[in-house]
Design a binder for this molecule. Structure first.
Ligand SMILES: Cc1cc2nc3c(=O)[nH]c(=O)nc-3n(C[C@H](O)[C@H](O)[C@H](O)COP(=O)(O)O)c2cc1C
Length: 388
């Protein structure tokens, strides 16, 4: 008899299995049966975090995710667990044609035979009432024509849901096309507005060193941190902690202390005379006044006791980058501040447990003004194709 044993894998291969031959005994058979039963029932109902069949108790958003996953995986059976059995169902196509449930089924059956297409989906809005609700989303359909051209079709899809026996079911599907493009591979590449928006946000992120006092809503803070947790990490270890500071008194005290921290290290390194020390003290005070003028600060921390400690600094830095882009798209400036906030002092000041390393201290706030883009190296200077 064969039993599968899990071994915790290395960072690059986390799921290695090995097989050991075991003597045929009854208790192991029972164990194996339980294992197979448990495994098959889990995989039958779940794929990732989204179940592959509709079930009662799911929210409209969860049912929508299931619907999308079924479409993306060409899973006709799974898809129709989210669609009502009622004949009242209708699908209004992009051309204004009304299609009934059978037509909807046949349409998907034919479509799912096709390969070479993908359709990322962006959920815009969900409303859930007691009996009815809806989702509004953009479906980005991409495929290749037989001539090898790229076909892009972006459409809004509004799905109307009705609660039937505890399950949300799609009772109507309305498609509104946004735009379609046909490109030759040799053509100049065109980007849609969402792509352009993303490129723009990346380029327009700036280190901001002076802020307005406008508050940042908690929802925005959480949205920004939500983006951070989607950053890649070594072995998916996600070793972060994000310490959020909004307390004005604490920030004011930090300012006074940070001036002292800087002056101490300046004295040790440069042995300045009294005048130099006085001037530097004033300059640092002004600088920290500006840098600490934002309403929110996040200390990006990583756990040095994570599974792959040699990678935690990369993990933390990437998360900081992600949150900065998300903050930019909400109109906030940020900064990767290190110099004025030495790790040792900061840990003591905020009572941060010893196991955490400080990656950076970043403000989040509306900039007093957006700084000009500093010099950025050209692609020619930094890109090498294939070999040096
Ligand atoms: C690892 C790292 C450390 C940094 N430390 C500081 C710092 O201590 N103080 C500061 O004002 N900016 C700091 N910065 C921000 C850089 O000065 C800034 O990113 C750079 O000048 C480019 O400007 P931009 O971010 O607006 O593109 C740091 C950035 C990085 C990536």
């Amino acid at each position: 008899m064969v039993m599968v044993t899990y071994i915790s894998g290395s960072i690059f291969n986390q799921t290695q299995f090995h097989y050991s031959t075991l003597t045929d005994n009854i208790s192991l058979k029972i164990l194996l049966f339980c294992f197979v039963f448990l495994f098959s029932s889990v995989t039958a109902s779940y794929s990732g975090n989204t179940p592959i069949r509709n079930q009662s108790g799911l929210s409209i958003k969860e049912t929508f995710n299931l619907y999308v996953k079924a479409v993306q995986n060409s899973n006709l059976e799974g898809l129709f667990t989210t669609v009502t059995d009622s004949d009242d169902f209708f699908f209004l196509t992009a051309n204004g044609k009304l299609i009934d449930r059978k037509g909807y089924y046949d349409f998907h059956k034919e479509w799912f035979k096709e390969r070479d297409w993908e359709m990322p989906v962006e959920l815009l809005k969900v409303r859930q009432g007691n009996e009815y609700g809806y989702t509004n989303a953009i479906f980005h359909y991409r495929s290749k024509t037989p001539e090898g051209k790229t076909y892009l079709l972006d459409s809004y899809f509004t799905l109307i849901f009705h609660k039937e026996n505890g399950m949300w079911k799609v009772v109507a599907d309305v498609c509104t096309p946004i735009g379609r493009y046909l490109t030759d591979d040799g053509d100049e590449i065109r980007y849609d507005w969402q792509q352009v928006y993303l490129f723009d946000m990346i380029k327009k992120r700036r280190t901001v060193r002076k802020f307005k006092s406008n508050p940042v809503p908690r929802e925005h803070i959480l949205k920004i941190l939500d983006a951070a947790r989607y950053a890649p990490t070594a072995g998916n270890q996600q070793p972060w902690k994000f310490l959020v500071i909004q307390d004005k008194r604490k920030l004011s005290k930090l300012k006074d202390e940070a001036v002292q921290w800087y002056i101490e290290s300046y004295k040790n390194e440069k042995q300045p005379n009294r005048k130099e020390l006085e001037n530097t003290g004033k300059a640092i005070k002004n600088k920290l006044n500006d840098i600490l003028s934002a309403p929110v600060y996040i200390a990006v921390l990583v756990d040095s006791k994570a599974e792959y400690p040699e990678y935690v600094m990369y993990d933390g830095t990437l998360a900081a980058g992600y949150l900065m882009i998300e903050a930019r798209s909400l109109g906030y400036g940020t900064g990767f501040f290190t110099t004025f906030f030495p790790e040792k002092n900061m840990k003591l000041f905020f009572g941060i447990p010893d196991r955490y390393k400080l990656i950076c201290f970043t403000p989040i706030g509306i900039p007093e003004h957006w700084p000009d883009t500093p010099h950025k190296k050209s692609l020619e200077e930094i890109v090498v194709f294939e070999s040096f």
